[in-house]
Design a protein around this ligand. Structure first.
Ligand SMILES: [Zn+2]
Length: 444
């Protein structure tokens, strides 16, 4: 076949370095030497390097009779790549499975394994999952950087004013902070960055974590484990931690009612704080669900709730190629932006159809895709945050009703800017596009 002569994507990049998840150095070394013998080794190394270079967080391989279809997920959107010839794709998968300590000959069972990757100085973790399908096999490769590439809430998209307000709540006394996000929308990242943002230098932070799924280490946050083979339940661990009068009690997972009761009692009594994390579509829905879960302690929780964060992920416009346009007054009106407030909105650059890409003499002059975003128009993702700081009226109403419309009305009357308004602000700041908002908000 002529195609075989063409340079394939995996050949265009410097391959990754593999770091098998084996403690014994010589065992690890011999696995590398053994795997390197086969052609699949360099294909796997090149393909994964290409995926990382393309900023893919996931790579999906779909094996059918003739070929191996490849898709990347970049900034939450799937992209189709040219397929790989089946034979080569098979060789690549054998290498990946061997390096992930999986059974390479078994192409039917559901299997999973992990492997460390290195590109220059950056380290990544590859999580491979495979399962047989009627036509062949499907493989999902998740690629995560070992170091979170964000440091501050503003890196995640939080506007300065909101950050100030949030920080004030984080460092306050006698309140509880709830951090929410819809499922698979960056909750863990926001949570970790929020913990980093809190003032931990002179305060004592105690976190309660199930032994079988511990949290990543954060400086000055002390983990207390329960479950697994600790032989302890959460409530008893909370009880003994409280004896030391910590400043902040941290619940990465929703605790049972008894543990929450103990924690709430403590913060009421000693002016301390609770931080909790939960999956919820909006801040208000999260707060309502939180109160519903802890009915016994609802009155105490409602009276002490300091701040609730909600969030939604959107793709960030590429700064290199985004296109500014003067919004029509009618559009601004629709968006609720007062006239004269925003001179320019932005949209992704979309090249004209190829037949219109010509020079002044009408000769074909294809437009080079943007080097920063590879012609996607977007680069990376940010969160649109909402920060709900309930006032007295809302705190009282939360104990009487779960009607979201009514509660949102009250929040608005207390000056809360909802998710929609925050989304418009994000567009006005030139960070994302109206098209992207439509897409994201239409999903639900
Ligand atoms: Zn660009």
């Amino acid at each position: 076949m002529a195609e075989q002569q063409e340079i394939q994507l995996w050949q265009t990049v410097q391959p990754v370095e593999f770091v098998p998840r084996i403690k014994d150095q010589s065992e690890s070394q011999s696995l590398l030497i053994q795997t390197r013998q086969a052609v699949g080794y360099s294909v796997a190394g090149g393909q994964l390097a290409h995926a990382i270079q393309s900023r893919a967080t996931h790579m999906l391989l779909d094996y059918t009779k003739a070929s191996c279809a490849i898709r990347y997920q970049v900034d939450g959107a799937w992209e189709q790549l040219p397929p790989m010839e089946r034979e080569l794709g098979d060789a690549m998968l054998v290498a990946m499975k061997q390096l992930c300590l999986m059974n390479a000959t078994d192409r039917r069972s559901t299997q999973a394994g992990k492997l460390g990757l290195k590109v220059a100085k950056s380290k990544f973790t590859l999580s491979l999952q495979s399962r047989g399908t009627p036509t062949g096999e499907q493989v999902m490769a998740k690629i995560e950087p070992d170091k979170v590439p964000f440091e501050r809430m503003s890196d995640l998209g939080m506007r300065d004013k909101m950050h100030e307000q949030f920080k004030e709540s984080l460092d306050a006394h006698g309140n509880n902070i709830l951090i929410t996000a819809p499922k698979a929308e960056g909750l863990t990242t926001t949570w970790n960055i929020a913990l980093e943002a809190a003032d931990k230098l002179v305060r004592d932070f105690q976190s309660f974590e199930h032994q079988e799924h511990p949290e990543p280490e954060i400086i000055n946050v002390n983990p207390n484990y329960f479950g697994g083979d600790t032989g302890k339940d959460l409530a008893s661990v909370v009880k003994s931690a409280i004896l030391k009068e910590p400043d902040v009690l941290i619940f990465p997972e929703m605790p049972d009612a008894e543990s929450m009761r103990l924690a709430v009692e403590q913060i009421k009594k000693t002016e301390k704080q609770i931080y909790a994390r939960m999956v919820a579509p909006t801040a208000m829905q999260g707060l309502v669900a939180f109160l519903a879960k802890y009915k016994e302690s609802a009155a105490e929780i409602a009276s002490t709730v300091g701040a609730v964060i909600g969030q939604r992920l959107v793709r960030r416009l590429c700064d290199q190629c985004k296109v500014g346009f003067e919004p029509a007054p009618q559009l601004l009106n629709q968006l609720g932006i007062p006239a004269g407030r925003v001179a320019m909105l932005y949209k992704p650059f979309i090249p004209p159809p190829i037949e219109q890409q010509v020079d002044e003499n009408g000769r074909p002059a294809p437009i080079e895709p943007c080097g920063a975003c590879a012609g996607r128009g977007y680069h990376g993702r940010i969160a649109i945050f909402e920060l709900l700081v309930p006032g007295d009226k809302l705190k009282a109403a939360l104990l009487k009703t779960q009607d979201l419309n009514q509660l949102n009305q009250i929040a608005k009357s207390e000056g809360h800017r909802g998710m929609q308004a925050e989304a418009v602000l994000t567009v006005a700041r030139g960070l994302t596009s109206l098209d992207e908002l439509k897409k994201v908000f239409a999903k639900r």
